[in-house]
Ligand binder design. Structure first.
Ligand code: PEP
Ligand code: MN
Length: 340
């Protein structure tokens, strides 16, 4: 961090600020006296320093960060790709991991049938929402704890680890016990109380990008979880809000190489919520693989026309099987290995 002092600030005032920073903030400060103004260079852990507060100190002209405000998620301090394991299934590194299943768990028959189908097609994990964040309070809100039990049955039946969304810190205990990969949805990406509680869990976390959040905000949310003690975070690009209304969201393909440059955490893509149409899932998935994604999370339903949620963007098991077959060559070309 660099602090530029106002021209004419006295040597005493500068000295006082240096002593205060070194003693109270545990950073080392180097002072350079230029023509007209002095510059303080701060080294050490500056992540906790509030730039705007520093700018309010008399004599301070401007404060600039030279280092990112995230440490644990930062690629600079962890050059190798992280591999996050969910019940033994790896995500990241040289692996390519596909999670598939319905938007919501609707019944025992539905989740078991879809789980068997996606497993047969090569999915490594099963998704299915039990608690659903719906725009309308009148829409299906998910089966709640009963839905979690059905996911347990599907896991027992197929051996697939389960991924499902947590919406409230009050469910951390039950998720800790039952869920293999805890999803934090787009609408909760900046629910900091939830992030802190999920950060205390031992289960890995799939952190979806917020509807209108920047890369840095997204990594800072991962940092919240990691700072609380849980370093097993997977980032998921799921499309963002733009002026375009033709698609449900706009798939930000740049997010994949950008996030991989900023962070060592695995990056997966949800082409279903990004595009919003079943026929867009395959092209978006292929572009995600080509851009270096570590995996996909795809909505699959055995009867999309009658799905309680997101049927329009759900693949049938046959379409999912086709996607898996089609993506195999590209996954290999990208030097990755499918996790089965
Ligand atoms: C979901 O995965 O079902 C979901 C609600 O996704 P998002 O949080 O990305 O909208
Ligand atoms: Mn959905």
């Amino acid at each position: 961090m660099v602090i530029i002092m106002k021209p004419g600030t006295s040597q005493e005032a500068i000295h006082e600020l240096v002593v205060r920073l070194e003693q109270q903030e545990q950073v080392q400060v180097g002072v350079t006296h230029g023509v007209g103004c002095s510059i303080l260079g701060l080294v050490g852990d500056t992540a906790h320093l509030d730039m705007h507060k520093l700018e309010m100190i008399p004599g301070v002209e401007r404060v600039m960060r030279v280092q990112e405000p995230y440490k644990k998620a930062n690629r600079k301090f962890h050059p190798e790709d992280s591999v996050v394991s969910a019940a033994g299934v790896p995500v990241g590194g040289g692996s390519f991991t596909v999670v598939a299943g319905p938007c919501s768990v609707e019944s025992e028959e539905q989740i078991i049938e879809v789980a068997r189908d996606v497993k047969a097609a090569g999915a490594a994990m099963l998704r299915g929402g039990a608690f659903k964040p719906r725009t309308s309070p009148y829409s299906f809100q998910g089966m709640g704890l009963d839905g979690l039990e059905l996911l347990m049955e599907a896991r027992q039946d197929t051996g697939l680890p389960v991924v499902t969304e947590i919406m409230s810190p009050k469910y951390c205990e039950v998720f800790e016990e039952k869920v293999d990969l805890v999803q934090v949805g787009a609408r909760n990406m900046q629910n900091f109380d939830l992030l802190k509680e999920v950060g205390k869990m031992s289960k890995p976390v799939l952190l979806k990008r917020g509807l209108s959040n920047t890369y840095e905000e997204w990594v800072m949310s991962a940092e919240y979880i990691m700072a609380a003690g849980n370093e097993n975070v997977i980032l998921c690009e799921r499309g963002i809000r733009t002026f375009e209304t033709g698609t449900r969201n706009t798939f930000d393909v740049s997010a994949i190489p950008m996030l991989k440059r900023m962070s060592h955490l695995p990056v997966v893509v949800d082409p279903s919520h990004a595009g919003g149409y079943h026929w867009l899932v395959e092209p978006l998935a292929m572009s995600a693989i080509a851009a270096g994604a570590d995996g996909l999370i795809v909505e699959v339903h055995n009867d999309p026309a009658h799905a309680k949620c997101d049927g329009q963007q759900s693949l049938t098991p046959e379409q999912f099987d086709h996607l898996m077959g089609k993506s195999a060559a590209l996954v290999e070309l990208m030097g990755k290995t499918f996790v089965k």
